[in-house]
Write a protein that binds this ligand. Structure first.
Ligand code: SF4
Length: 339
């Protein structure tokens, strides 16, 4: 495993020759293991109720926003709007409210989502293994859960209340999901919250541990950077574009087979650039408000964070093809998740 001083050296080294070598190695490995395939997915927010208080998030419990939870007819409308764009892989998200979006609600949502999508993942409140098992059996293939930061002190500073303030419970979530049989698990850190090099090392160690104990799971990593919410900055992001590219390249070199995701939090130019160096999965045509695809006008929407890449799915597909990438809407079709 790489050591902390090595990560720090890489993040502080801006020598063009070094950067060129890093990028070329990362690109070569990516082509070797993934070819030119780029998977597409979209996030769909089900609810913005949240009982936790994270200082950097627009959904946090103290924020006075209109709270909404999609009803089944509203889910159909939103999901149809996304499916009509061609998207087949959906990431269903909620705020973290065990009361507003309990397991029964998530299972009901999955049944509806299966009518529109071939691949269903969830980014919802952390659960027990048995609950994940029930979700898996109802048709959920994957779980996304980011530790945000592995620095305990910083974690405490920005996660003020609610279940999310329980560091250990969150850190152990990927293993509970894996034990339940989830096929894919996405992990990550929120860049800009804490020291990037330390968080990277902890994330790498966490992933290595998961790969050792649950080798059958398909893992992917994300490196979202802190974003403004409706134009208001919640924290200063000290991770620049070049830093992010270096992080992606380093991660690809250390984990050749792991998927690397990049969301529409990032601007089109950076996303285009990152595709050359290791990104294998991108969101497209995204909206981060509940009801944002069909039910609510732009003025009515309360996003979790602002998005930078506003391109439609069609435009992104056109771009990918022009650059000789192979856009992939689905490479997986679950007939039935079983015991
Ligand atoms: S990050 Fe998640 S848990 Fe924290 S306030 Fe936002 S929705 Fe709630």
């Amino acid at each position: 495993m790489i050591a902390l001083p090595d990560i720090k050296d890489i993040l502080s080294n801006n020598d063009p020759v070094f950067l060129e070598g890093l990028a070329r190695r990362s690109q070569k490995i990516t082509r070797q293991y993934f070819g030119r395939a780029v998977s597409l997915y979209a996030p769909l927010y089900l609810s913005n109720y949240c009982s936790s208080h994270c200082t950097y998030c627009g959904f946090q419990s103290k924020n006075r926003i209109a709270r909404i939870r999609l009803t089944p007819p509203q889910m159909h409308a939103e999901m149809k709007a996304v499916a009509d764009t061609g998207i087949e892989s959906i990431l269903l998200l909620t705020g973290e409210s065990y009361k507003a979006t309990p397991l029964a609600y998530l299972k009901e949502t999955t049944v509806i989502a299966k009518q529109y999508f071939t691949n269903i993942s969830m980014e919802v409140h952390p659960m027990e293994t048995q609950e994940y098992r029930e979700l898996f059996l109802s048709g959920v293939d994957g779980i996304t859960v980011y530790q945000e930061t592995y620095a305990r002190d910083r974690y405490k500073e920005v996660h003020l209340s609610g279940k999310k303030s329980d560091y250990d419970y969150r850190r152990d979530t990927p293993q509970r999901a894996a034990r339940a049989g989830m096929r894919t698990i996405s992990m990550g850190i929120l860049l800009g919250l804490s020291d990037a090099a330390r968080d990277l090392l902890s994330l790498y160690e966490h992933l290595r541990w998961m790969e050792k104990h649950f080798p059958g799971v398909e893992y992917s990593l994300s490196f979202p950077r802190l974003r403004k919410i409706k134009g208001r900055a919640f924290a200063i992001c000290n991770v620049g574009d070049l830093d992010l590219i270096k992080i992606l390249c380093l991660t690809r070199i250390l984990f050749p087979r792991v998927g690397l995701n990049l969301s529409t939090r990032e601007a089109p130019a950076l996303r285009n650039h990152a595709l050359e160096f290791g990104i294998t999965r991108i969101s497209a045509g995204s909206n981060t408000s509940v009801g944002g695809y069909h039910l609510k006008t732009a003025e009515e929407q309360e996003p979790q964070f602002d998005i930078e890449d506003q391109r439609s799915v069609e435009r992104i597909v056109r771009y990918l093809k022009a650059k000789d990438f192979d856009p992939v809407f689905t490479d997986w079709r679950a007939i039935e998740n079983s015991v």
